[in-house]
Design a protein around this ligand. Structure first.
Ligand code: HEM
Length: 146
């Protein structure tokens, strides 16, 4: 669980990313698809996935980037309430495990890209403030597979 100070600094860090949720969510996905091309195999129904330039413009990628960031934002609003935090994360994890059949190693990959982008845009303190959140998300998502 998170201390009050951890909650405050994680929220402050995340707010910087979430101001541009669609652009930053899209940037995260484009980097995941470009640096880990096997992740594209889950999104074969998305159009415009042939190059990074195309992906950045794709309504599918942009919409999904926004959706992923909205889900994280909902979790960030409940860091001080484990039950509510897991109430958002568990159903999402169930869907990724059973319906979408995502290899859980990809959760660490996308979380590391989020942290990397935070560091590039807002610096090391911003990244450090959010690491515990991504760790919680990855741990719980991966535990659902066990
Ligand atoms: C769908 C969030 C990681 C693949 C979704 C949805 C959300 C979401 C909110 C929409 C769910 C719905 O419509 O009910 C997240 C979060 C992640 C994460 C918060 C980690 C921080 C991943 C990873 C992959 C992935 C690593 C694959 C490499 C998918 C796919 C869909 C999906 C294929 C369905 C997309 C569609 O057909 O529109 N995710 N996701 N997700 N996610 Fe994730």
């Amino acid at each position: 669980s998170f201390s009050e100070a951890e909650v405050q600094s994680a929220r402050g860090a995340w707010e910087k990313m979430y101001v541009d949720a669609e652009d930053n969510g899209t940037a995260v996905l484009v980097r995941m698809f470009t640096e880990h091309p096997d992740t594209k195999s889950y999104f074969t129904h998305f159009k415009g996935m042939d190059s990074a330039e195309e992906m950045k413009q794709s309504d599918h990628v942009r919409g999904h980037g926004k959706r992923v960031f909205t889900a994280i934002n909902d979790m960030v609003q409940h860091l001080d309430n484990t039950e509510a935090f897991l109430g958002i994360l568990n159903p999402l994890g169930q869907k990724h495990a059973t319906q979408l059949k995502i290899d859980p190693k990809n959760f660490r990959i996308i979380c590391d890209i989020i942290l990397q982008l935070m560091e590039e845009k807002f610096g090391g303190d911003c990244k450090a403030s959010f690491e515990k959140v991504t760790n919680e998300i990855c741990t719980h998502l991966t535990n659902i597979y066990k």
